[in-house]
Design a protein around this ligand. Structure first.
Ligand code: ATP
Ligand code: MG
Ligand code: MG
Length: 548
């Protein structure tokens, strides 16, 4: 793999290695298994794994599973699959929940040091008493509890004596701190819930801000990379590591999370789309999940190249989704077989072509990559063309078919539209054309020129296929009062067309990728393709004005 472009975190790592603070770089990717990974996670995955790779270090995959209610093994499995698919191998595979025992012991140590206390206030009271940016916090009436009483109460919280929400353990720091995160944050709460890994062993769970620095320290993580929202948490992160007397001191660094235009990128919202059945599961090709992108036809190479290109910034920005599209076009340009598919068929009968005859024409497989060779495609008296390659009354500069006009059929002959067969409403349902045998592709014919070239598929060999074209799921992700983002769903995010592809594609398997002449890049849908009907997902159209 290409080395990541220079970024500020890389510079920090290089300095730490030079100064000897770090002997071996250890990073981690720490997803909470409460949903499927999305393209934003891919950025974090690439950053962590590539950083460690570059300096010959290690990266752990750690499930940050400290919240029993939302987590599930289905998510654990999907996350492992996605990280592997992206092309990365983790060093250790860990679950934060495996450290619950140690975390509990560290919390007890804080209590013994007079640095944590059990608070009986409600969540609401605690929130209010923590104050605001301009108003200092108010100390809890339970803040003065003795070490003995706190140890006793914390033990009884663990034993299940108290109901959810009736008691919490709080760090005892500074209710007057300008940083609200330092105003006695909650570090343990009571939750009587089954945990996907520890079952019913625990009914108290550590809060993320307390658990995360401990997890990093336990694993010997050197550079703990997270998104910018956690910048204000860094003082507490360092406090936890120091006051819990962890034998190893990890350091936290923040970078801007990825946002993409026209893309919802929060697991909470993505889960809502799945639960409300607005999409066909987490891997619906319209989803920005890794599994959705994979099913749509994205390759790991394209996603990694995209993540490298966007780099690591310290400030927020929204990346144009066309940049992601640029990288899949680049990846497939020289790899994908270029073939013909008719998405909205209109039958054409070539009246002067012998009945019952099929001839095989030579076609190059990729005009930009001669190494891909050639194939033979059938041609006969009946073919399909694209419905909008014919018009009764064309506007100026329309060079495709209309009564009396001649076009070139890609890889075949010139045909001329002589007659139009119509249904009762007057719509064209069949064209009757003539062809000129002299104009055969590759014959060097120069007698006359035509301005339009269209694609086609020979009718008797055509393979019935479905094509799925996608548009953004959300048109305008602005939540107005009393509305959900689900009210902004794009009703046209999926268009399904039924047409034909060349016979050679019949043996395609899920995940095979093609370029369809004039239509773009398509992926054989791995779920819905059957022996009777191929299903193609459009990955991206051919053209874009976007340049990187
Ligand atoms: P979401 O808000 O979408 O639910 P999250 O941050 O809660 O995401 P986690 O499972 O906690 O999801 O994330 C695992 C790692 O991925 C974290 O280190 C987080 O910083 C990183 N990450 C999540 N979303 C993005 C993003 N959009 N861009 C970059 N990194 C991200
Ligand atoms: Mg999170
Ligand atoms: Mg989240």
């Amino acid at each position: 793999t290409k080395t990541p472009s220079s970024n500020f975190i890389k510079n920090i790592v290089a300095e730490d290695l030079a100064s000897g603070r770090t002997k071996e770089v250890v990073t981690r990717f720490p997803p909470e298994p409460n949903g499927y990974l999305h393209i934003g996670h891919a950025k974090s995955i690439c950053l962590n794994f590539e950083l460690a790779d570059e300096f010959k270090g290690r990266t752990n995959l750690r499930f940050d599973d400290t919240n029993p209610v939302k987590e599930d093994v289905e998510y654990v499995e999907s996350i492992k699959k996605d990280v592997e698919w992206l092309g990365f191998e983790w060093d250790g595979l860990f679950f934060a929940s495996d450290y619950f025992g140690e975390m509990y012991a560290r919390a007890e140590r804080l209590i013994r040091k007079g640095l944590a206390y059990v608070d009986d206030q409600t969540a609401e009271q605690i929130r209010e008493s923590r104050g605001t940016l301009t108003a200092p916090g108010q100390e809890s009436p339970f803040r003065g509890r003795s070490v003995e009483e706190n140890l006793d109460l914390f033990g009884r919280m663990k034993e299940g004596e108290f109901a959810d929400g009736t008691k919490v353990l709080r760090a005892k720091i500074d209710m007057g701190s300008p940083n609200i995160n330092m105003r006695d944050p909650v570090i343990y709460r009571v939750v009587h819930a089954h945990h996907h890994n520890t079952g019913n062993e625990w009914c108290i769970y550590p809060m993320y801000a307390f658990a995360h620095p401990l997890e990093d320290a336990i694993e010997g993580v050197t550079h703990s990379i997270c998104t910018l929202e956690f910048e204000d948490q860094r003082p507490f992160y360092d406090w936890v590591v120091r006051e819990c007397e962890m034998p190893w001191t990890p350091r936290q660094y923040e970078f801007a999370r990825l946002n993409l235009t026209n893309t919802v990128m929060s697991k909470r919202k993505l889960k809502q789309l799945v639960d409300e059945k607005a999409v066909d599961g987490w891997d619906d090709p319209r989803m920005p999940t890794i599994s959705g992108l994979r099913r749509k036809g994205y390759t790991p190479e394209a996603i990694r190249a995209f993540c490298r290109e966007i780099g690591v910034a310290k400030s927020y920005g929204v990346v144009d989704e066309r940049m992601l599209e640029h990288f899949i076009r680049e990846d497939l340009k020289l790899k994908a077989l270029r073939t013909m598919a008719v998405l909205q068929p209109l039958k054409v009968v070539i009246t002067n072509y012998p009945e019952g005859q099929v001839e095989w024409l030579d076609a190059e497989n990729n005009s930009e990559n001669p190494e891909m060779g050639h194939r033979q495609i059938p041609f006969s008296r009946e073919i399909y063309i694209e419905r909008d390659d014919y018009m009764d009354n064309p506007p100026p500069k329309y060079f495709r078919l209309f009564p009396g006009n001649e076009v070139r059929l890609k890889h075949a002959y010139f045909i001329k539209c002589e007659e139009v067969v119509r249904d009762a409403d007057g719509n064209a349902i069949e064209l009757r054309c003539t062809y000129d045998p002299e104009t055969k592709s590759g014959s060097g014919f120069t007698g006359r020129k035509v301005k339009g070239t269209i694609h086609w598929v020979e009718a008797s060999n055509a393979v019935p296929s479905q094509f799925r074209l996608y548009e953004p799921l959300i048109t305008d992700d602005v939540e107005e009062e009393g509305q959900s983002f689900l009210d902004h769903l794009n009703p046209n995010s999926l268009e399904t067309l039924n047409g034909f592809v060349e016979k050679g594609l019949l043996s395609s398997e899920g995940g095979d990728k093609y370029q369809f002449f004039r239509h773009g890049y398509f992926n054989v849908d791995p779920k819905d393709t059957t022996p009777e009907r191929l299903v193609f997902n459009r990955i991206v159209s051919l053209k874009s004005s976007f340049e990187v």
